[in-house]
Structure formats: C-alpha cells, structure tokens
Design a protein around this ligand. Sequence first.
Ligand SMILES: [Zn+2]
Length: 147
Amino acid sequence: MGKNGSGIIAGPFTLRSKDRAFRRLFAEATKRPPAGTPKITTVRSALLSGRLTKTMVGLTKYSRVRYLFFSRPRQSITFFLPLLSALSEPAVMAVIAHELAHAWLNEHVKPEESSQREHEADDLAREWGFGPELDALDKEAETVNAD
Ligand SMILES: [Zn+2]
C-alpha cells in the first residue's frame, strides 16, 4: 500500500504488516466504500500485531496530537494476529471494515467511546457493502470482539 493511502484512507499512511493475505484484504476493504464517501485522513498507520489478547481482534485509537498553539486529531488501528488467524478471510475483512468504520465515525461524526458506537460501526460497514463479511464474522466469532 502506497504512502498516499488507498481507497477511503487518504495518505500519508503506512500499513505495518508482513502478512501478504492481510495486506491484500486490507487494501481490498479500503476500496469497498462507495465512491464519494468522505475519506479518512487522520489514520496514519495500521499495524498487524502479534500480541495475544484474550478476546480482541482490532482496536482503533483516537488521540489529539498537541503542537505549540493547536492540536490535531490522529488515529491508529491495531489488529491482533493470534485471534485473527483463526478467522476466515471474509470474517477478517469484516473486522477490517468495522475498524475503518470506527475511524470514519471518529473523524466525521465525533470521537466517542460507547457501546452504541459498536452498533454504529457495524451499521456503517453494512452500508459500505460488508454485510456478508459481517455475517461470517458473527457466525465464527461469538466470543471475539472488534473494539
Ligand atoms: Zn468496535
């Protein structure tokens, strides 16, 4: 994935993953949202981490980077390989779509941590055309969360 982003992610952006299949799925997912969808500009990096978590497959973090007189929003997305690797490709795609939806909502609606936001992220990912993938994830991962 180029330094200028891909699909819904506008650069500068770096995907830190050596896993080819994951890189392909990520690139594919960024291209799925309908043309004209406002881009995500605050995500600078996404990381595929080898860290083992109990139930978490993905996490989007929103923060504000402070400069002298102003601050800018910044987001990062982390995916956790140990649990992701147990999922099918459609289910992994659903996890990626869910995290992209979080990032989009944080940037274009407002940053918010709430249980409601989990449903909003899934609803938005469905609007973007990820319905079958989200259904696959639901079937495979009753105990796995995409936060
Ligand atoms: Zn979530």
